[in-house]
Ligand binder design. Structure first.
Ligand SMILES: NC(=O)c1ccc[n+]([C@@H]2O[C@H](COP(=O)([O-])OP(=O)(O)OC[C@H]3O[C@@H](n4cnc5c(N)ncnc54)[C@H](O)[C@@H]3O)[C@@H](O)[C@H]2O)c1
Length: 231
């Protein structure tokens, strides 16, 4: 992702690439930039984000693995940082996925049940084999709003996918499912099914969202979680 972001920044006429920081480099090289984009790994994402904030650099973060405690640490650092620093933490930069979440939220009050299916390439490092709601994979985020309309009803159902990856089939490749599927009953009663689908074929799919964040984050002081409020 980092390399793809660098290419996207270099291709954008209004942006200039200031520095590239990888493992082994000094993260303080970010000092002096207007905006930093963080796509390192979950273990170090908080440390990197806090370093950017300390230097007063607006920050766009795509790395997954955030929880409430880490977000609180960011809020605390922002309170102590130079006024006006903005941080955007976005679990998914694909504009289509962000829109899908919006459409799902619109639909949720009108449907009794929801099924969420994720399909991954086999090598995805944080494919969600954990219980639903575990904030490991950014792409799990769409599940939350429909779930909120029907709390406590989600359960793992990886076996429904032919190559399901989940608790019942931990060695299998590439597919994850979180389902609350009415087994014939309620769907038949309502007589309809709404399907929302988003496909991301390439890392390029995230770049318009990342650049949107880069261009807007300076005008949004404080912490923003999710790209939707930037749209
Ligand atoms: N928000 C989104 O839309 C979105 C999209 C794709 C991926 N992601 C997330 O972004 C993260 C990175 O994904 P990726 O596919 O680019 O992974 P990757 O493994 O290809 O890249 C991670 C990079 O972080 C670097 N790194 C590791 N430790 C470091 C350290 N201590 N200091 C500096 N750099 C360090 C690695 O050298 C590597 O270049 C993951 O958490 C992934 O889930 C988010």
């Amino acid at each position: 992702m980092g390399r793809t972001v660098c290419q996207a920044v270099e291709a954008a006429p209004d942006l200039q690439l200031g520095a590239q920081i990888d493992v082994g480099d000094d993260v303080n090289a970010v000092a002096g930039a207007d905006v930093a984009v963080v796509f390192s790994v979950p273990d170090v994402v908080l440390e990197h984000t806090l370093a950017c904030i300390r230097h007063g650099v607006h920050t766009v973060v795509g790395t997954t693995g955030w929880d409430a405690a880490k977000l609180d640490a960011v809020r605390q650092a922002l309170a102590e940082a130079p006024a006006g620093v903005g941080v955007l933490v976005a679990p998914n930069f694909a504009l289509g996925a962000v829109l899908l979440m919006k459409f799902a939220a619109m639909a949720a009050p009108h449907f009794e049940s929801v099924e969420v299916i994720e399909l991954h390439h086999p090598d995805k490092v944080d494919a969600p084999a954990a219980p639903p709601g575990t904030p490991r994979s950014g792409s799990l985020r769409p599940a939350r709003r429909p779930a909120a309309a029907d709390p406590g009803r989600h359960h793992d159902e990886p076996g429904r996918c032919p190559r399901g990856r989940g608790r019942r089939d931990p060695g299998a490749r590439g597919t994850a499912a979180r389902a609350d599927r009415p087994r014939g009953g309620r769907a038949r009663r309502s007589g309809e099914q709404l399907t929302l689908r988003h496909d991301s074929f390439d890392r390029a799919s995230f770049m318009s969202g990342v650049l949107l964040g880069v261009r807007q984050v300076a005008s949004r002081p404080g912490l923003t979680v999710g790209l939707d409020t930037f749209l």
